[in-house]
Write a protein that binds this ligand. Structure first.
Ligand code: ZN
Length: 345
């Protein structure tokens, strides 16, 4: 009986070494056992073949029963383990960063303040960038490179030659193209893992609140008081924090408005439109090319901190940078009692 078993097992091993499938190996074992059982059942006890294959049907039946019990037991254990894994896997799969993402974001992941959990927060984040101009360009590039999962960009302008002095997101090939579509193409090329939602229109009181409510955070890099006021009203109405940046000539400023958490809003600081000539736009007053790169990058850094919970965000304080003298300072800003926009929040 032992010799017969060794022969059957040997045939299966030989097939395995020859590269046969598990099915073929199983078939050989099954045919061997069936042949032995047939011999035991049909041939007389004195038959030399029956003697050579064990001589007793009972012993073979006991052995087969034992094999069947062991087989069913291991199959059952395997099925239970698979079911337990299936229950855990779906949640894990959506959260887990792929090997490519781990490689792409390696410099974030080694940062103690961001790490894997922070990178996952960035991937889940939905951020709206208002204005794809001087500030919007670096903001969009650094947010996309950082792996912010969904980036909305709203702007109704097209790329013009005078933009290229500072808006390094665009190239000469983009002249005349809508900024949001040129930006979408460039950002997808930079990081295909992020989704870019282009809104080729101007933000207004009619569409602002509904649009903003679809995002976790807004970054405003526009350069007109009227647009900033619209963005602020939309953010206050939707309870969404607003990273605000502004530039002019050689100086820029950055802050985060979040009246839903007790911090001031834009209207607390600038309740009324400045008189003509007091706050000229970049087109009127000029701006040094590298300044939007500095302030836009600071805005992107504030957004990354706000999303991941790293460090201290510029809440209730405004950072002012003077490029002409290489100086920076931080001032406290406070909520204004009776603010027409956030007063009731
Ligand atoms: Zn306010």
């Amino acid at each position: 009986m032992g010799l017969t078993l060794i022969l059957i097992a040997g045939a299966a091993v030989a097939l395995r070494l020859l590269g046969a499938s598990r099915g073929a190996q199983g078939a050989v074992v099954a045919i061997g056992l069936a042949f032995v059982l047939l011999v035991q059942l049909t041939l007389p006890p004195s038959s030399s073949l029956r003697m050579a294959t064990g001589g007793s049907l009972t012993n073979w039946l006991i052995l087969l029963t034992l094999l069947a019990v062991v087989g069913f037991y291991s199959f059952g254990i395997k099925a239970l383990r698979q079911r337990a894994e299936d229950r855990v896997e779906p949640a894990k799969k959506t959260d887990r960063l792929s090997e490519t993402e781990l490689d792409r974001y390696a410099r974030h992941i080694v940062l103690r303040e961001i790490g894997g959990p922070g990178q996952q927060k960035l991937r889940k984040a939905r951020v709206l960038v208002v204005g794809a101009g001087g500030l919007g360009a670096p903001v969009l590039q650094y947010l996309a490179a950082a792996g912010v999962g969904t980036i909305g960009v709203i702007d109704d302008d097209t790329v013009s030659l005078s933009n290229l002095q500072r808006q390094v997101l665009f190239s000469e090939d983009d002249l005349g193209t809508a900024k949001v579509f040129a930006a979408q193409k460039r950002l997808k090329g930079l990081n295909p893992f992020v989704e870019v939602l282009p809104y080729n229109r101007r933000i207004s009181d009619d569409n602002g609140a509904e649009l903003v409510a679809d995002f976790d955070l807004v970054l405003d890099g526009t350069d007109s008081f009227a647009t900033r006021a619209v963005v602020n009203r939309a953010c206050v109405a939707a309870g969404v924090p607003l990273v605000s940046g502004a530039i002019g000539q050689w100086e820029g400023q950055v802050t985060l408005f979040d009246p839903a958490h007790g911090d001031p809003c834009y209207a607390c600081l600038f309740p009324e439109e400045p008189a003509d000539g007091l706050a000229p736009s970049c087109a009127e007053a000029g701006v040094v090319g590298a300044l939007p790169g500095i302030i836009g990058s600071m805005m992107a850094a504030e957004a990354i901190k706000e999303i991941t919970g790293a460090g201290q965000v510029l809440r209730g304080s405004m950072l002012i940078f003077d490029a002409l003298y290489g100086e920076s300072r931080k001032i406290k800003i406070e909520r204004r009692v009776g603010c027409a926009v956030c007063g009731g929040v």
